[in-house]
Design a protein around this ligand. Structure first.
Ligand code: S6P
Ligand code: ZN
Length: 173
């Protein structure tokens, strides 16, 4: 087993994988489809850098500011395939961590610089950037956690986070 280090500066260095999600990859995710069609589909919504190890992974997500209609930029959201939770640590920016259980219970937590948040097992989780700067956060999770995007895509989140009179609001849809 390899023991090694990485550093967190602007990004994790070295990183083992990088994912870039653009508006074109999130057509099923955003609520306001007409507004989405009018935007540049190559616009980057977020980037994820992973530091992968034997049993524990760390990721850094840079979630850019922006909106589709009045819905804020956000991550796709997923369940873990295994019954494992995850810890998030917010480095900078302001966001909401939206969680939804398999029974449909919705919970959300505010993220700001320094917030540590726990995502329990069997909760789909998504992060929403409610500010006009980059929201960056770390996630610590077991490497066998797995990402189930399909279930939550099918069920959908029961809430959207939108800007109303310049302020974020969580609305049931
Ligand atoms: C992994 C952890 C994060 C997300 C990342 C992007 O378990 O929750 O690294 O993967 O924030 O979100 P998503 O929903 O596209 O995977
Ligand atoms: Zn996760």
């Amino acid at each position: 087993m390899e023991a090694r280090t990485a550093r967190l500066e602007d990004i994790i260095s070295p990183f083992d994988s990088k994912i870039v999600r653009k508006l074109r990859d999130m057509r099923e995710i955003f609520y306001f489809k007409d507004e989405l069609n009018n935007l540049d589909q190559n616009k980057i919504v977020y980037e994820v850098y992973e530091f992968k190890n034997n049993d524990l992974n760390l990721s850094l997500t840079l979630l850019y500011p922006g909106k589709v209609g009045n819905e804020y930029f956000m991550t796709k959201g997923h369940y873990h395939e295994k019954e494992v939770g995850e810890i998030y640590y917010c480095i900078k920016g302001r966001g909401l961590l939206v969680m939804q259980s398999r029974k449909g219970e919705v919970n959300y937590l505010e993220l700001e610089k320094g917030t540590i948040a726990y995502v329990p097992p069997n909760y789909a989780h998504r992060v929403v950037n409610i500010s006009d700067e980059v929201l960056s956060f770390l996630a610590f999770y077991t490497s066998d956690a797995g990402h189930d995007y399909k279930s939550i895509e099918k069920e959908g989140f029961k809430v959207i986070v939108i800007e109303v009179d310049g302020k974020p609001e969580v609305k049931f849809i």
